[in-house]
Design a protein around this ligand. Structure first.
Ligand code: 7RM
Length: 655
């Protein structure tokens, strides 16, 4: 970082300490989609009316006869309404002047490019929808998708939605074991994958992983394989089961009628980590989800007809579902999909893409922003970023320093920053600025979106006062909320609706300041947030204990400069096994094998014993204190306090 920007940043950080906020400029406000704060009162007084207005912007085959029904925790929205998500994201735009407008701008990793207009997209989606039908996929059948960021991923999702088959997308960075578990939980009939995916010039062997996963997935009948990496990889096609995408669509018609879906029919299932080892299949339905994602996308990102919008997430996560595909396309917006990494071929790659496509709205994660900061201001400085109008952040709390850096070096002190809080479960953004209204404060996601009611409660369910920490809950239903955990309604009730009666428990800590602004404080459960990815401590522990050398393991999230949290594992070995650096690496690799590279522990620490309560529960809180170099918290419930004291000394010595 140059001295000049250092000084500028220091000045801004000093201003922050005085509680400075950043109101939208008059210029921005004048052109904003939403600029009148009365929207908040209007939505509070008549939330149903507010959402109905948004729902009317979509195309429905049949209207609803009731807006919402809430038998806590079971909710339904737009009851009796019939629609199809793909008709809304694609077909309806083809009937307008958007027909020849780019729907998807695709930038591939090795410099490949593809532009799909809404009409192109419609044809591709219809062909693949017909192909799915030819494989026997019918309304209600689950389809697993395990692909990199290629256009076929978007096409496959929209084709599933067109025929009414819920998709279950599994991030391409997950292992064969993780894929198998998700396929089996959803009882998927078909899996769509690729011969491989590009990652920094290397190939991720998607098809080989699928073959391994499919050794134990009786529900799978067919595998569709997209050719992406070609000759550089060898794939085995199993006759009768595996079909190339291009062969399948070669003779498929580009005409396909949409399946009319009930508002409450499942649009997709997406697995996310919880506090146990088993991932949860978050269920999203059609009507409310589309209303919620479309409205938030239009208002929060201030979308205009000719905008180029780029969300850098992978479609394997919810951010990609809601804010690369469904929200943007339902708004008829041009959405950019990038296959590669931010630092390949060099650290200017993102800014090169912004310049090349004249990106207007850019939405990324704090972990990426921290990496940009470390790489230095010279990278963005080389590029013309003047097309940018709104920039966003999602995935974890953004530290004020990173916020300021983003504001100065990417937003060039001109673009409002929207720090958007939400979850896989919420389906849509729930806490965020409206860029034409809200004065932002670096590090705060600011205020609940119109129609959303949030509270911060203490252990007894009482709202905490300004500035005090507590648990974030949501007290009213919103249209895009998840409806259940696939196949496990009890877990849905237990995890989210039992802590406080009639209130949705988010699992996040938060505080509210004197101005009513929300400050998110991170997870309060055993879920880690590693570079914006949700990973449960228990999943990693299970993977470690699965290794024959390991007797017991405790895993914690440890503050990490770039990733927000890194993964630290405290491991006790079986009798007669000697600790070694080779074994550490082997254990890390074992976790990669079991879960995927995103769960690779940063540190493994061997210990003879773990701190436990008298009822034999591992006290991760104390392990966190040790790993962060803090004074140990309350140790009165420990079975043997000497174990912890010894461990702390050993940790400090070994560093
Ligand atoms: C969209 C997404 C959800 C968890 C959530 C939080 C954290 C997400 C923010 C944030 C502070 C934000 N879905 N989180 N956004 N924390 N400020 N703007 O990330 O299901 O993968 O994760 O992420 O802890 O509970 S997710």
């Amino acid at each position: 970082m140059s001295d000049k920007t250092d000084a500028a940043q220091e000045k801004l950080v000093a201003l922050l300490k005085e509680g400075r906020s950043f109101p939208p400029s008059d210029e921005f406000r004048r052109q904003a989609n939403v600029s009148d704060p009365e929207i908040y009162d209007r939505a509070r007084q008549d939330p149903e009316g507010f959402w109905v207005e948004e729902a009317k912007r979509l195309d429905w085959f049949e209207g609803w006869n009731k807006v919402v029904e809430w038998n806590v925790p079971w909710v339904k929205w737009f009851i009796g309404g019939k629609l199809n998500a793909t008709c809304n994201c694609v077909d309806r735009h083809v009937k307008t002047s958007r027909r020849t407008k780019p729907a998807i701008l695709w930038e591939g990793e090795p410099g490949d490019q593809r532009v799909l207009t809404f009409e192109d997209l419609q044809k591709e989606v219809n062909r693949f929808a017909n192909a799915l039908k030819s494989l026997g996929v019918k309304k209600g059948d689950r389809v697993a998708i395990y692909l990199g960021m290629v256009p076929e991923l978007a096409i496959a999702m929209l084709a599933c939605a067109k025929v009414g088959a819920p998709h279950s997308i599994v991030f391409g960075g997950f292992s064969a074991d993780s894929l198998r578990e998700r396929i089996n939980d959803a009882q998927a009939k078909v899996v769509i994958t690729g011969d491989g995916a590009w990652r920094r010039g290397n190939v991720v062997p998607l098809k080989a992983n699928v073959d391994e996963a499919l050794t134990g997935t009786p529900s799978i009948e067919k595998v569709v394989v997209v050719e992406r990496v070609g000759k550089v990889t060898q794939v085995d096609m199993q006759p009768g089961r595996d079909i190339w995408w291009h062969d399948l669509v070669a003779n498929a018609s580009d005409q396909c009628d949409a399946e009319p879906m009930d508002s409450e029919d499942i649009l997709y299932i997406l697995y996310t980590s919880g506090t146990t080892g088993k991932p949860k299949g978050v269920v999203h339905t059609t009507g409310g989800y589309l209303v919620g994602t479309t409205a938030t996308h239009r208002m929060i990102f201030d979308i205009k007809e000719d905008d180029v919008y780029w969300c850098t997430a992978d479609i394997g996560w919810v951010t990609g579902h809601s804010y690369i595909i469904y929200g943007p396309l339902a708004n008829g917006c041009t959405t950019l999909m990038y296959e590669g990494s931010p630092d390949y071929p060099d650290r200017g790659r993102f800014w090169d893409i912004v310049q090349k496509y004249k990106v207007n709205i850019f939405y990324t994660a704090p972990t990426a922003i921290r990496a940009f900061m470390r790489w230095g201001t010279e990278w963005p400085a080389k590029y013309d970023l003047s097309s940018l109008r709104v920039i966003g952040s999602v995935g974890e709390p953004i530290n004020p320093e990173a916020w300021i850096w983003y504001h100065q070096n990417i937003g060039r002190e001109r673009c409002p920053i929207v720090d958007t809080w939400w979850q896989t479960e919420t389906g849509m953004i729930l806490i965020s600025p409206l860029p034409g209204i809200t004065a932002t404060k670096p590090g705060s996601a600011t205020q609940p979106f119109p129609g959303i009611e949030a509270e911060v409660l203490d252990d007894r369910g009482q709202p905490v006062g300004p500035g005090a920490g507590g648990y974030l809950v949501l007290t009213r239903p919103w249209p895009a909320m998840f409806r259940t955990i696939y196949g496990d309604p009890d877990r849905f009730v237990r995890t989210y609706w039992s802590r406080y009666p009639s209130k949705y428990f988010t699992g996040d800590g938060a505080k509210v300041d004197e101005d009513g602004y929300f400050w998110l404080l991170g997870r309060v459960d055993d879920v880690m947030n590693v570079a914006g990815h949700r990973i449960s401590t228990y999943e990693v522990e299970s993977a470690l204990v699965d290794h024959p050398a390991v007797a017991e393991a405790a895993v914690i999230g440890k503050t990490h400069e770039l990733k927000g949290q890194g993964i630290a594992g405290f491991v006790t070995l079986k009798e007669g096994i000697d600790p070694s650096d080779e074994l550490k690496n082997e254990l890390k690799q074992h976790v990669v094998k079991k879960i995927g590279p995103i769960a690779r522990p940063d540190d493994i620490f061997f210990t003879a014993e773990l701190p436990k309560t008298r009822s034999a529960k591992i006290m991760r809180r104390l392990l966190r204190d040790i790993a962060e170099g803090r004074v140990l918290g309350d140790t009165t419930t420990l079975a043997d306090p000497a174990v912890t004291a010894r461990l702390k000394r050993q940790y400090e010595e070994e560093g």
